[in-house]
Ligand binder design. Structure first.
Ligand code: PAF
Length: 269
């Protein structure tokens, strides 16, 4: 496995492989990331994993400084999973200067997560765009757990005519249903128990078929948590319509904000 750390190195290292995958991460790798890497390994001849805690997607009072970092273990996992190249740049390699031009996420960027984290998706799309240019993949793999992020990345490459397939990978879950996330590390034992309300809310919502009933069933499971939203949207995050939709939840357990979502079948709106 090759480890590259500079912009010049990754630009000079163009793998000859026909099918090239990138899995972009912020490190603190867990089984959820492993499932993305396995999907990439299965689909493509060359797999690059980037590990970069992107400062521009964190708001001023968010957890950039305390975001979990475990580079040695991350490299070990990548090696074990057969990754070809790991790209671990510092912030000044990715941002030679404060960018003058950034990617505007449009109206969807200020809804749901964007309503709570106003500059988040501009930072995400800008770094994803830069990493796509730096790694030139044919396929890029992202988790469905961050469903709004995945939707916006798909919209970005479609609207900017980029020749890369964006592949969503189903959410990896703990045995009790909790979606795997690096931020789960912040939870105390009792908060970890409370956090299971999120997958319970998704399960309760999926038993219903009317939008209001889906949202009410989910909300009932989230009693006691600080809920930002528990809403049904279309699969591209527009207003819900009969057919397959998405139930999306964001809630704080203590100071930790958790996200989850699942497909739901809507019969009436
Ligand atoms: O999902 C993440 O870990 C990040 O938002 C990403 C896509 C690596 C961009 O920094």
């Amino acid at each position: 496995m090759k480890r590259l750390t500079t912009r010049a190195e990754i630009l000079a290292d163009r793998p000859p492989a026909h099918r090239r995958a990138v899995v972009m991460t912020m490190g603190a790798l867990h089984e959820g990331h492993a499932s993305l890497i396995r999907a990439a390994r299965q689909a493509d001849d060359h797999v690059t994993v980037s590990i970069f805690v992107n400062p521009t997607q964190f708001g001023p009072h968010e957890d950039l400084d305390k975001y979990p970092r475990s580079l040695d273990a991350d490299l070990e996992l990548c090696e074990k999973l057969g990754v070809d190249t790991v790209f671990t740049p510092t912030a000044d390699q990715v941002y030679a200067r404060d960018p003058i031009v950034t990617v505007d996420p449009g109206p969807l960027g200020s809804q749901l997560e964007g309503a709570v984290r106003p500059s988040h998706f501009r930072g995400v799309l800008t770094v994803v765009q830069k990493l796509l240019h730096l790694t030139e993949p044919t396929d890029a793999f992202f988790g469905e757990k961050d469903y709004q992020q995945l939707t916006l990345i798909k919209a970005m490459v479609a609207d900017l005519d980029q020749q890369v397939s964006i592949i969503g990978v189903p959410t990896s879950r703990e045995a009790d249903g909790l979606a795997r996330s690096s931020r789960n590390l912040y939870l105390s034992a009792s908060q970890r128990e409370q956090a299971v309300a999120l997958p319970r809310a998704l399960a309760a919502g999926s038993l219903q078929s009317d939008v209001a009933a889906i949202e009410a069933a989910a909300a009932a499971e989230l009693t006691g948590l600080d809920v930002d939203y528990a809403v049904v949207r279309s699969t591209d995050l527009g207003p819900p319509a009969p057919g397959e939709c998405r139930l999306l939840i964001a809630a704080r357990v203590g100071a930790t904000r958790l996200l989850d979502n699942c497909a739901v079948e809507v019969r009436s709106v």
